[in-house]
Write a protein that binds this ligand. Structure first.
Ligand SMILES: [Zn+2]
Length: 213
């Protein structure tokens, strides 16, 4: 059974976005993903200098959808006409370790503008992991922070990993590679089954992000 897209009404929906209650076609899902990435740029008042050379580091949870992530980022960032290099993070002990090691390596390789592909769900995971381990948040939990001379930004802060997986699957950009099983990632994956819970964790995380200094 097919349903029309709730937004354009003309194409068949491929995805039910439980958070909004919208049924989305591929084109409207793509537009929405691009809008979320642009929202992060405006929310953090961050822009990439024209012609800058940047590196986009893909989180371990996004290895199977790397091509979709690259495509959405490039489309959202197009006005900046940047030279984008992409690299996959090594799994590390957890998401915080994986990100730290990847940022250090990128810095060593001369990059001064580093984009982490960390999504909404992964930012929650990173907050929980940091709190569990150190009992206080460090700057790397923020959407935009400095690591020595390097600026690190998380353009997918307001984008759902679930939406990106749906887009990758719908556009045939899903590659079957083994995923890194993180405890909270599995917990969140289980939460995707219930719209109410999925909505509430997004709401909690957005609240946390709003309060971010
Ligand atoms: Zn549509």
């Amino acid at each position: 059974m097919t349903r029309p897209c709730s937004i354009c009404g003309s194409r068949d929906a491929v995805y039910y976005q439980s958070f909004s209650g919208d049924y989305l076609c591929i084109a409207c899902l793509r537009k929405r993903l691009i809008k979320y990435v642009r929202k992060a740029f405006s929310k953090y008042e961050f822009s990439i200098p024209p012609g800058a050379s940047i590196i986009l580091l893909i989180t371990p949870a996004q290895t199977p959808i790397r091509h979709a992530v690259e495509e959405i980022f490039a489309a959202a960032e197009r006005p900046f006409t940047t030279k984008i290099t992409t690299s996959l993070m090594k799994p590390g002990r957890d998401i915080v370790e994986a990100q730290r090691e990847a940022v250090e390596e990128a810095t060593k390789n001369g990059y001064r503008l580093v984009m982490l592909s960390t999504t909404l769900e992964e930012r929650l995971l990173e907050l929980l992991t940091t709190l569990m381990r150190r009992h206080s948040l460090d700057p790397s939990c923020r959407g935009l922070y400095r690591h020595g001379d390097t600026t690190v930004f998380k353009p997918f802060s307001f984008t759902s990993l679930q939406d990106l997986y749906a887009y990758a699957a719908a556009t045939g950009k899903l590659s079957h590679t083994p995923r890194t099983p993180y405890l909270y990632e599995q917990l969140l994956a289980a939460a995707w089954g219930g719209p109410e819970l999925a909505y509430s964790y997004r709401r909690v995380l957005r609240r946390l992000l709003e309060d971010e200094p």
